[in-house]
Design a binder for this molecule. Structure first.
Ligand code: ATP
Ligand code: MG
Length: 262
C-alpha cells in the first residue's frame, strides 16, 4: 500500500523544460487515467517519476509514502515498488524471459519485505504462477523460453509489459499507453489485469488516448488531463467519454505541437 504524491513538479530534458508544475496524488487501490494531446508531457512524467537519468527535476517534489524519492536512482525506486510499463518497450538480447521475471520478482519481494507476497521456492512453482498470468494476458506458454521482448510483435511487447506488472505486483504501476497496437480482445485482457492488480490495494496509473480501455476497468477513480506540461483538468470516469466525443479544444487546449503563446 502506498501513496504517491507529486507536488508542483518541474522537469527538463536536455535543457528543455517539459513538466511545468505537475500536481497529482494517488492512494492505495486507486486507478487513475492520464489523458492529453500528443507532446503534452505524459511519458516525460512517467520517466521522471521512475527516475530516468535523462530527466532532471528542477523544482517540486515526488513523495512516496511521504518520503521524497528524488535522490534515489531508478533501481532504488523500483525496489520501493514503483513500476513503469514503457510506451515503446525495448528488446533485451540474451536475457531469458522466465529467468528475468523470477529474478525481478524475488528482488522486489526481498526489498519490500512484505509478508503477504507469495513465496515461490522452486522454478516449477514460479513457472506455474507465470503460466496463469500468461493466460491472462494472452501470451503463449512458449514465451517463457524466449528472450525478453526479442522478436515479440508490437502487441506481444505490450502484453509482455502488462504481464510483468501482473507478475511483479508492484505497489505503484504506471502503464504508458498499454492499449496502443493491441487487438480488440487484448485491450479487454489488459484492462482485466489492471483491475486485478488494483484489487490488491496497488495503485495503477494508465496513460492512454482512448476511453475504450478505461470502459473495461472494474473501477476508475480519476481521469486527469495533461496539457503543455501541466494537469489542467480532473474528473470522474465520464470525463474520458466526454473527451472522446468533444476532443480537447473545449478545454482551451491548442494543438499540442504548437508552442504556447506565452
Ligand atoms: N530530448 C528532447 N529535446 C527536446 N524536446 C523533447 C525531448 N524529449 C521530449 N521532448 C518534448 O517534450 C514534449 C513531451 O513529450 P512526451 O513524450 O512526454 O509527450 P506525451 O504526452 O507522452 O506524448 P504522446 O501522447 O505522443 O506519447 C514533446 O513536445 C517532445 O517533443
Ligand atoms: Mg507518450
Amino acid at each position: 500500500m502506498a501513496v504517491l504524491e507529486i507536488k508542483d513538479l518541474h522537469a527538463q530534458r536536455e535543457g528543455k523544460e517539459i513538466l511545468k508544475g505537475v500536481n497529482l496524488k494517488t492512494g492505495p487501490g486507486e486507478v487513475h487515467a492520464i489523458m492529453g494531446p500528443n507532446g503534452s508531457g505524459k511519458s516525460t512524467l512517467a520517466y521522471t517519476i521512475l527516475g530516468h537519468p535523462k530527466y532532471e527535476v528542477t523544482s517540486g517534489d515526488i513523495l512516496l509514502d511521504g518520503e521524497s524519492i528524488l535522490g534515489m536512482s531508478a533501481d532504488e525506486r523500483s525496489k520501493k515498488g514503483l513500476f513503469l510499463a514503457f510506451q515503446y518497450p525495448t528488446e533485451v538480447a540474451g536475457v531469458g524471459y522466465s529467468h528475468f521475471l523470477r529474478t525481478a520478482y524475488n528482488a522486489l519481494s526481498k526489498s519490500l519485505g512484505d509478508q503477504n507476497r507469495e513465496v515461490f521456492l522452486t522454478v516449477r512453482e514460479f513457472q506455474n504462477y507465470l503460466k496463469k498470468n500468461l493466460d491472462q494476458v494472452g501470451l503463449r506458454h512458449d514465451f517463457l523460453s524466449r528472450y525478453l521482448n526479442e522478436g515479440f510483435s508490437g502487441g506481444e511487447k505490450k502484453r509482455s509489459e502488462v504481464l510483468q506488472m501482473a507478475v511483479l505486483q508492484p505497489k505503484i504501476s504506471i502503464l504508458d499507453e498499454p492499449d496502443s497496437g493491441l487487438d480488440i480482445d487484448a485491450v479487454q485482457a489488459v484492462a482485466k489485469a489492471i483491475s486485478q492488480v488494483s484489487r490488491k490495494d496497488a495503485t495503477v496509473i494508465v496513460i492512454t488516448h482512448y476511453a475504450r480501455i478505461l470502459k473495461f476497468l472494474d473501477k476508475l477513480d480519476y481521469v486527469h488531463v495533461m496539457a503543455q506540461g501541466k494537469m489542467i483538468k480532473e474528473g470522474p470516469k465520464g470525463l474520458a467519454d466526454e473527451l472522446e466525443q468533444k476532443g480537447y479544444a473545449w478545454l482551451g487546449i491548442q494543438d499540442a505541437t504548437e508552442q504556447p503563446a506565452s
